[in-house]
Design a protein around this ligand. Structure first.
Ligand code: ZN
Length: 485
């Protein structure tokens, strides 16, 4: 290991350095067909089956713009608060085996959307420089030599992905922490799902993140040489990659050296980045306007129609729930991410305690299908729990039944024989247990913290067993504590 190979184990970067990150996220649009031809836009089919002369770049084949893709791109631009205006397609010229035409049809100096912003859960704002339409490349698989092109025995190429519509969302270098980088990607994913333009699955490559990373001394506003990290395939992997890269830069500066502007490949298994090609300037690509496609010229009415049809976005939905409750951002995010916020709002409106509704959903609502659970039955259930008619354990079981088959929570509670035990009945049980288990009781009353915890678990478990889960956990804890004092 050389002097500029950092180790990734410290939780934070050295105090005197500040992280500067900008993210480029490629989003695959969920259209039926590709961007310029009628081939199916599908993940995971046999190689080279969704292809035609257009997406194979055969001579004389002409592109036809997919109107749905343009609509989705504009919708995403507006959801990110961008100005959506006239744009033109351009050719970005380069050779790579996965790009049969030897150029990528993309947008260059006139992108569809510019100047937006993304507001994170904690209120931090990340500027969006642009969001432009482009086509995806095919996929190469390098066989042998560790999967890298230089050492491979041979390479396979699959053009099914060639021509799939993408929007590349380019943030400004406004991100200062790894947590914010993660929050940015999660928020963007939630927006994509809310406006239904992409399935946003990082694991299937329908959302791909490249991170531009540099560091600078705290207090400085310079932008130092950045490296672009590729091959990041999860939010967690992105966090590790950014941290590694920042430490590498800091180590280089400490050594009197400087990083080179380049693209680097993130090696998730090895936990390190390795140099790829040195970063080209835009000049190298010889961009020019695509002669086979007309400019995209949305009217003011087109943009207005998109705004009118825009669903309420995740940030606003979290804010709405947050106004009504005192739960954590994490709970709000989970409920909104699952799309259960409408249900929760209706239950709260029907009179149920907001915090209880949200925490109950967060803890026990992680299911694919909750269509049988109505807001009125949820409200009734939470009210029974709040009033003490049901214990927390019982409420959890009734909720599971409601999700499974719907119905009336009061009737379900009766069917299951749920009645809250009277306190004196519970007290009798506790007395009996204490008498039967003097050693355990001694450990509870005079043991150390760990003993006390263990024994609390023991007594609670015995009581739950004896009452078939009908005792209230809080009441047990209170009884044990008052007896011990
Ligand atoms: Zn095609």
């Amino acid at each position: 290991m050389t002097s500029c190979e950092p180790t990734v184990h410290e939780p934070t970067l050295p105090d005197e350095w500040e992280l500067v990150v900008g993210l480029e996220v490629h989003v695959e649009l969920a259209t039926q067909t590709k961007l310029f031809c009628g081939c199916a836009n599908e993940f995971s089919t046999d190689p080279n089956t969704n292809v035609c002369p257009v997406c194979l770049g055969l001579p004389g084949a002409l592109p036809v713009m997919n109107a749905k893709a343009v609509h989705y791109a504009m919708k995403l631009g507006r959801a990110l608060g961008c100005e959506v205006h006239d744009s033109v397609m351009a050719r970005k010229n380069y050779f790579y085996p996965d790009m049969a035409k030897d150029y990528q049809t993309t947008q260059y100096d006139k992108p569809t959307s510019i100047d937006g912003e993304l507001v994170l859960g904690d209120g931090a704002v990340v500027g969006i420089e642009r969001a432009h339409i482009e086509e995806d490349a095919g996929k190469t698989t390098h066989v042998g030599g560790g999967g890298r092109i230089n050492d491979a025995m041979f390479s396979l190429v699959d053009y099914n992905r060639a021509g799939v519509p993408l929007v590349e969302v380019v943030s400004r270098p406004d991100i200062r922490t790894i947590e914010h980088a993660k929050a940015y990607v999660n928020e963007l994913r939630d927006i994509l799902l809310a406006i239904e333009v992409s399935d946003a699955k990082m694991e299937e490559g329908s959302m791909r993140v490249d991170a531009n990373v540099s560091v600078r001394p705290v207090g400085s506003d310079e932008l130092r040489t950045r490296c672009e990290l590729k091959n990041i395939n999860s939010v967690r992997s992105m966090g590790r990659a950014i941290e590694y890269e920042a430490r590498r830069h800091i180590a280089l500066y400490a050594n009197g050296e400087a990083p080179r502007q380049e693209t680097r490949h993130w090696d998730e298994e090895g936990g390190r980045s390795t140099p790829g090609r040195s970063k080209e300037d835009a000049d190298d690509y010889r961009y020019f306007q695509e002669p086979d496609l007309v400019p995209l010229v949305p009217s003011a009415e087109d943009v207005q129609a998109i705004d009118v049809a825009m669903p309420v976005l995740p940030a606003a939905r979290r804010a709405r729930l947050g106004e009504l409750s005192g739960v954590s951002q994490e709970v709000l995010a989970t409920v909104v991410e699952r799309g259960q916020d409408g249900l929760a709002l209706d239950a709260i409106e029907a009179g149920a305690d907001a915090d209880k509704v949200l925490t109950r959903l967060q803890n026990d609502g992680a299911v694919d299908d909750w269509s049988k659970l109505t807001s009125s039955s949820l409200a009734a259930l939470i009210t029974m729990e709040t009033s003490g008619e049901l214990t927390a354990t019982q409420a959890k079981q009734v909720l599971a039944d409601l999700i499974e088959s719907g119905g009336d929570p009061a009737a379900i509670a009766v069917d299951r024989g749920f009645e809250v035990m009277e306190t004196n009945e519970l007290e009798g049980l506790v007395d009996q247990l204490v008498a039967d288990n003097p050693d355990e009781w001694a450990r509870f009353t005079s043991g150390d913290d760990s003993d006390r915890k263990k024994m609390q678990g023991f007594f609670t478990g015995q009581i739950m067993k004896a009452t078939k889960g009908q005792a209230d956990g809080r009441a047990i804890a209170q009884l044990l504590a008052s007896k011990a004092s």
